[in-house]
Design a protein around this ligand. Sequence first.
Ligand code: FES
Ligand code: FES
Length: 373
Amino acid sequence: MTRISLTINGEQLEAEVEPRTSLADFLRVSLGLTGTHVGCEHGVCGACTVTVDGSPARSCITYAIQMQGRRIDTIESYDDDETMSALRSEFSKQHALQCGFCTPGMLITARDIVRRLGNPGEARVREELAGNLCRCTGYAGIVQAVQNVGSALGGTTEASTLRLAAVDASPLVIDERDLTSAKPKPAASEASSATATVIEQTIVVDAPCELVWAFFHEVPQVAACLPGAELSAYGADSWEGTIRIKMGPIRAQMNGKGGYELNENQKTGKLDGAGTDALSSSRVRGSLDFALSPLGANSTSLTLTLSYVLQGALAQFSRSTLAKEFVRLVVQEFGRNVSARLSRKAAEPGRSGDLNVLGMLRLLISSWWRRRR
Ligand code: FES
Ligand code: FES
């Protein structure tokens, strides 16, 4: 058992949890907060949605032990929340619930949508709600309720769309122009800062800065260090390839292309691009920025910043704490592989194969244990 300290629905508390206990079970069984429902228990249905530090997260695939120092809000915490009151009332008016099983998770996601986007229009509301499944209503009432509350908060549909465009100047719509242009427009690489997930890490590479910089001039070497990545074509400032992901029931093969640029003076660079998964029609766009600075004759500081936006069916997983931790470990693995290559250590086999969740989960668990100490 591990002692954690966290804030739930505004109340600070300490608790002993097993490393294997999900946040959903912790909330329901240990704390009696049964408003959080559990349906699929593997991150698909959205019934278990709560917020962690203000962002929706699936509590069935988030471990309670990860919540040290975090703030969790469940459906029970919104009694005095005006947005939630408006949503509850509108859900009732629009017949947006029948059995009510999906409703707590649906309301938490709906609140997040209207607060972030106002009323962004029916298509975007449906896309944003794609990670919350309802077996009863057919969704029409739910979508209408969200749009009505969004309009009340942020103006008309049209006005809200304009407002959204101002915030999110580069919405993730990957069309033919994105995929046929070898080098994406600069705005694309900024990955919609309003919604992008950004992960930054700094590692120390045991090699001189000039050697590390020379390494980053070789696109195939860089790609070989990225777990799951496979390059099919490249030029001095462009690339085309695939990244394969296997995570439990989730399988994706993102095919994409993008640009590659280096700033010789500042010793910085960027690998960016966009891709689609043919199976799920999910779309991703992002960038990996890197910056070098010498620490000594044989040592270099390498800062990696991964920024990405995921849309489509796979997006329902992208906000979970576990998914973010998973991506953080991918970035960490990339840095480790770069370091291993440059330090002339034997690179571990299979780095360019599928991104394997088992190995990553082993790292995940060991990283939690390290942080507990
Ligand atoms: S119970 Fe279905 S996503 Fe968590
Ligand atoms: S109201 Fe029954 S599952 Fe949504």
